[in-house]
Write a protein that binds this ligand. Structure first.
Ligand code: PMP
Length: 394
């Protein structure tokens, strides 16, 4: 399918300009139909059922599960379907047997979901070492070299910033981690939807992502593990091999991490979203967003009273652009964009308070984020409206 034709599959784009895909993406009709199909035609629980509906539902669930794993290059590891990225990261933080004196390396770029779980480990005597990006937001692998030591148990790093849009050098960081026998968790919430991702090429140990940011339904995400060695947070139906009144044997592989009924229809829907992304092609999506991002940055940087926060156009960024306007709170700008031109953008701290403090932006930023269904006309409407607001400021 050509990327320009995809717009018709997202009816919301008929009525407004959606530039908030970093928060959650829109979902195409095909994904909604796939989930309806499960609910209306073959809804059943999966696993050990022998009746025909359960057999079909189990097969479709497993099919979707495999597809999602392949999409991130994860065939060599284990994928657990989760509710979202936050839950996936929590499974790592809660699933490692920490020892007092262990250290975790995180960066000031992290979303709260990939920062607060590590801070909380202080109750077990775990210390956190924080790496700060340069003034453009880039993380220099050398700054990891200087904080990682043989005490580092894990480094937790975003693959792409949900505020500044920069892509981080995770491959180089993986090499540094492994020289010190440290594990690496990559937060792929913002990368998987927008750039081709191959977890085996990155060389990470854990990789988290959200289905709802990649055209899938809310309530879906995933945790990929190189080895299924985390202690599962939950235990119960579907996650054991056998049980007696005295003991149980945990299932091996992914089932161990999916206790209870998983989001069956949601996972099947996410599998359809993966097909949709593959039909268009991740390289095509990436190029499309690069063009839109260049246009946003060119447009905004020419407007008085606007300051872009983060890197100017560069191939190491995704379609997330943050900016501030002189004398106006980011919420006010976002509100006017909606009122004046039906443009949806996000404003505030974007669940990144430590980063905002690092940048000295206590009120946060206005954040524009693109996806495959956006077009240049929408970007031009954004810049025209911001220009209008800017004229009123002066
Ligand atoms: N990490 C990053 C980089 C994100 O952008 C987000 C979502 N904004 C999250 C984690 C959390 O994702 P979720 O809300 O799906 O758990």
């Amino acid at each position: 399918m050509r990327i320009e034709e995809s717009r018709k599959d997202f009816p919301i784009t008929n009525d407004l300009i959606y530039l908030d895909s970093a928060a959650t993406s829109l979902t195409p009709i095909q994904v909604v139909n796939e989930m309806n199909d499960y609910d209306l035609r073959y809804r059943a629980n999966i696993g050990r059922g022998v009746h025909r509906l359960s057999v079909v539902a189990t097969e479709r669930y497993k099919n979707a599960h495999d597809k999602i794993k392949t999409f991130i290059g994860g065939d060599g590891g284990t994928l657990a379907v989760t509710k979202n990225t936050t839950e996936a990261i929590g499974m790592v933080a809660g699933g490692i047997r920490w020892e007092s004196g262990d250290r975790v390396v995180a960066t000031v770029l992290e979303h709260h979901s990939n920062f607060l779980p590590w801070l909380r480990l202080r109750e077990y005597g775990v210390k956190i070492d924080i790496v700060r990006p340069d003034s453009d937001g880039y993380l220099n692998p050398d700054s990891f070299e200087s904080v990682i030591s043989d005490k580092t148990r894990l480094a937790a790093i975003t693959h792409a910033s949900n505020v500044l849009g920069n892509i981080t050098p995770v491959k180089e960081i993986a090499d540094i981690c492994h020289q010190h026998d440290a594990l690496l968790l990559v937060d792929g919430a913002q990368s998987v939807p927008h750039i081709p991702v191959d977890v085996s090429d990155i060389g990470c140990d854990y990789f988290s992502f959200s289905g709802h940011k990649m055209l899938g339904p809310t309530g879906t995400g995933g945790l990929w593990m190189r080895r299924p060695d985390l202690k599962p947070l939950h235990i119960g139906g579907g996650s054991i091999e056998s049980a007696t009144a005295e003991n149980f044997t945990a299932a091996s592989g992914e089932e161990k991490y999916e206790a209870g009924t998983p989001p069956v229809g949601g996972t099947i829907g996410l599998g359809r979203a993966v097909d949709y992304l593959n039909d268009i092609g991740m390289d095509t999506i990436r190029r499309h967003e690069e063009r839109l991002t260049g246009r946003i940055i060119d447009g905004l940087s020419a407007i008085d009273h606007v300051k872009i926060v983060g890197p100017y156009f560069d191939e190491r960024r995704i379609g997330v652009v943050s900016f501030v306007m002189d004398g106006m709170h980011p919420h006010e700008v976002a509100h006017i964009l909606d009122e004046a031109s039906a443009i949806m953008v996000r404003s505030g701290e974007h669940c990144c308070m430590p980063l905002m403090q690092h940048l000295g932006l206590e009120s946060g930023t206005v954040r524009v984020s693109t996806y495959l269904y956006n077009n240049p006309e929408e970007v031009d409407m954004l810049t025209a409206t911001i220009e209008e607001i800017s004229r009123k400021v002066s």
